[in-house]
Ligand binder design. Structure first.
Ligand code: NDP
Length: 237
């Protein structure tokens, strides 16, 4: 069973469907949008796999444990994808509310750390792996938009490097996928993917399914010697 936080919408939902095509049962995590998660589960069942949905707050360790426990009905954990993320504070750092900054850092950095941590003991000895969803912002820095979010995603990339080394002896691979701008509900300005297209070498924003393929490969046996890697899926950014 592959567990996906943020599986109810956007990139996480595309990953859920993509890994089901590879034959995996999927535990879909949502924070509040239960209906969206249920629809993803229905699509997975129509592909011939099992699916369950469960609420998870990735800033709360107990909630993450309960989420993973909820997937036990689908069998042992074989993969974890930490795709949940969001941004509240957008603009120049000097103008942003410290309370919103704290919330964003908790969701995008602490959330990734806690989610990965909860999976470790469950993945040990399974040949399973962890895929963290970072962002191209980690190296671009996102000036004027959300430098604090970029910093959190750079932390996610560093987490990938360190944790991959820490868990190698246990046979648990840890990798990161860094999307560029992708068409999802993530953006406060829904048209942002179109507006930034000219700055992307490939000339357009990406689709969630284009990120999902990279994640599915990292979870697969074909990537059995790949750990500590960050795979950029950003149209050349
Ligand atoms: P969406 O807004 O489409 O989906 C966000 C998902 O995260 C939803 O499933 C939401 O649940 C869940 N979520 C949000 N906050 C929490 C929380 N505190 N606890 C648990 N779940 C939570 O975003 P994307 O699909 O675009 O983003 C997925 C990942 O990709 C994020 O990590 C994001 O930072 C990253 N990313 C996105 C890019 C983009 O351009 N879209 C670019 C680079 C990286 P619910 O449905 O219940 O609200």
């Amino acid at each position: 069973m592959i567990a996906i936080t943020g599986g109810s919408r956007g990139i996480g939902a595309a990953i859920a469907e993509r890994v089901a095509v590879d034959g995996h049962d999927v535990l879909i995590g949502y924070r509040s949008n239960e209906d969206a998660a249920s629809k993803v589960a229905e699509r997975i069942r129509s592909l011939g796999c099992e699916a369950a949905t469960a609420r998870v707050d990735i800033t709360d360790p107990k909630s993450i444990e309960e989420f993973l426990d909820a997937g036990q009905e689908l069998g042992p954990l074989t993969g974890l994808v930490a795709a949940a993320g969001e941004v509240w504070a957008v603009g120049a750092l000097v103008d942003l509310d410290p309370a919103d900054l704290k919330k964003d850092l908790e969701i995008n950095l602490l959330g990734a750390v806690l989610t990965a941590r909860a999976a470790i003991s469950r993945l040990t000895g399974t040949r399973g792996s962890i895929v963290l969803i970072g962002s191209a912002a980690a190296t671009l820095g996102s000036p004027g938009t959300y430098v604090h979010y970029a910093a959190a995603k750079a932390g996610t990339a560093a987490l990938t490097v360190g944790l991959s080394k820490e868990l190698a002896a246990q046979g648990v691979r840890v990798n990161c996928v860094e999307p560029g701008t992708i068409w999802t509900d993530f953006h406060q300005d829904p048209q942002r993917p179109a507006k930034v297209a000219a700055s992307i070498p490939w000339g357009r924003a990406g689709e969630p399914v284009e990120v999902a393929g990279a994640v599915a490969w990292l979870l697969s046996e074909e990537a059995g010697y790949t750990t500590g890697a960050t795979l950029r899926v950003s149209g050349g950014l």
